[in-house]
Write a protein of this length. Structure first.
Length: 458
């Protein structure tokens, strides 16, 4: 076991100096889209970083200085030199990493089980390893978004299995407030870092560590549960607001008005100072995907006693949007006298968000399933996914518009925004567009002879 520095005993300036001077060892558990950029940033600032992952391939790639995460600007350039210089390495041995480290950061996934209850197995496994290597004076940080009270009710008891008592080690929840494709920028200073510890020393030590890497600074809150709630409430706010935009878009369609005309007028400032309304702050669309926004509401609805009707109904509305897309596809095809059964439908976009290679909870998935149930011929194209990856979602791969009857835009990829619709209209067998991301101007499409259906546009 290496000599640990007992980081919990140091004052803020001493921590900053030790970290930048290469005297602090930080283990990051989970070298995924969020953990690897964090590990690289700590190494870049001078810390010795040990990345821990259960995926042998990820560990091998990182140790070669190769970046397993695609589409993360600045990450490959930061990773390689730090591996070469010996500041960053990876291992599958989480116990040994904890024995070596002063700070252990957990950034493994927390997703949902089949019944939508939170799946805490990865967090439990990572913290068990840490517990076996924990020493007096160490600090453990959880960054993964979790259900309320997880840090104090689940993590703390696991860490105490080490035999250490309250106050002998530190524990903080410091939510990861980043998005894929901008992780380095976010970690180093798009937002202030939020930090909440189980005691004052844990909070102060975590604050000192993140102050070194985040130039926007750190907000400290009263405890770990407050810090957990900040991240959860951010996610729930987004989900509920998107649901409101979606429901208003559905109403708009029924009464024959365009949200794109109405929302900006509602949002006109009340006077020079007050912006009273923010509808369409989050746009209506084909559905809410990814492993954050559609997941975090369940962390609250499944674990608290409060009547969470609003949050549940928001989830229901957002989950309905892919089925609304299918209704628009049927309508568009019916408008040209075609049945959805036997029609060639090309879905544009598998990623849940433009520019991000992530298909988890993508609205494209239920759209494909429903269209197949309706016996359409379903094709899929996404510039970020290979033919094999596309086919694993149950649709045929097609990068061509030839013979298509209907195009369905699910993702706001830049490539789709730059399409030459005139050329495309010449290639299709029938011309129906269903636009779930307000990418095509309705009037322009109609002038080219398309039947246009969209969410958020008339
Ligand atoms: N990706 C995002 O945009 C995003 C945004 C906000 C918050 N988050 C948060 O970050 C967390 C992690 O997300 P991600 O995108 O980095 O996930 P990811 O799936 O890209 O990576 C997770 C990594 O953890 C590894 N892992 C799983 N169990 C492990 C264990 N027991 N020990 C060590 N490693 C283990 C996996 O092999 C994988 O490499 C999420 O659960 C969420 O709370 C992510």
């Amino acid at each position: 076991m290496s000599d640990k520095m007992k980081i919990l005993r140091l004052e803020k300036n001493a921590i900053a100096n030790a970290l930048t001077g290469g005297k602090v060892t930080i283990a990051v558990y989970g070298l995924g889209k969020m953990g690897l950029p964090l590990a690289a940033v700590f190494a870049q600032k001078g810390a010795k970083v040990i990345g821990v992952d259960i995926d042998q391939k990820v560990v091998a790639e990182v140790n070669k200085g190769e970046c397993p995460i695609l589409g993360e600007p600045g990450l490959p350039e930061m990773l390689k030199p730090n591996v070469e210089r010996g500041r960053l390495s990876a291992t599958m041995d989480g116990v040994a990493a904890a024995k070596e480290s002063d700070v252990m950061v957990i950034l493994v996934p927390c997703l949902l089980n089949g019944d939508k209850s939170p799946d805490l197995t990865a967090i439990s496994a990572a913290s068990s390893s840490i517990s076996q290597g924990l020493s007096k004076g160490d600090l453990v940080i959880l960054e993964t978004t979790v259900p309320p009270c997880t840090t104090k009710n689940m993590l703390l008891p696991i860490l105490k299995q080490s035999g250490l008592k309250d106050g002998e080690f530190g524990l903080a929840f410091c939510p990861e407030r980043t998005s894929s494709s901008r992780a380095i920028r976010d970690i180093t200073g798009s937002y202030m870092k939020v930090v909440g510890g189980i005691d004052q020393k844990s909070t102060a030590t975590a604050e000192a560590i993140y102050s070194v890497i985040n130039k926007k600074g750190v907000i400290t809150v009263s405890d770990t549960t407050a810090a957990e709630a900040i991240k959860l409430f951010e996610g729930i706010y987004r989900d509920v607001n998107i649901a409101l935009s979606n429901e208003l878009a559905l109403i708009s369609r029924e009464i024959g008005v365009s949200p794109m005309e109405i929302f900006p007028v509602v949002n006109e400032p009340f006077d020079e100072v007050h912006q009273r309304y923010h509808i369409n702050l989050l746009q209506p669309g084909a559905g809410v995907g990814g492993h954050c926004i559609p997941v975090y509401p369940y962390f609250v609805t499944k674990t608290t006693q409060t009547d969470t009707s609003l949050i549940k109904v928001a989830r229901k509305i957002n989950d309905f949007m892919p089925y609304h897309m299918v209704n628009l596809i049927i309508e568009g095809l019916n408008d040209i006298g075609k049945d959805v059964k036997g029609s060639n439908v090309l879905i544009l976009g598998l990623a849940f968000r433009g520019g991000v290679k992530e298909a988890r909870n993508s609205p494209a998935i239920p759209i494909i399933q429903r269209l197949k149930e309706l016996r359409a011929n379903v094709f899929l194209y996404d510039p970020l996914f290979s033919k094999e990856e596309i086919e694993s979602f149950g649709a045929a791969y097609s990068g061509s518009f030839d013979n298509m009857d209907c195009l369905v835009i699910v993702t706001d990829h830049n490539e789709f925004k730059e399409y030459d619709w005139q050329r495309i209209s010449g290639n299709m067998r029938n011309k129906v567009i269903v636009d779930g991301r307000q990418i095509v101007e309705p009037e322009k499409a109609r002038k080219l002879g398309f039947v246009y259906k969209g969410i958020g546009c008339l």
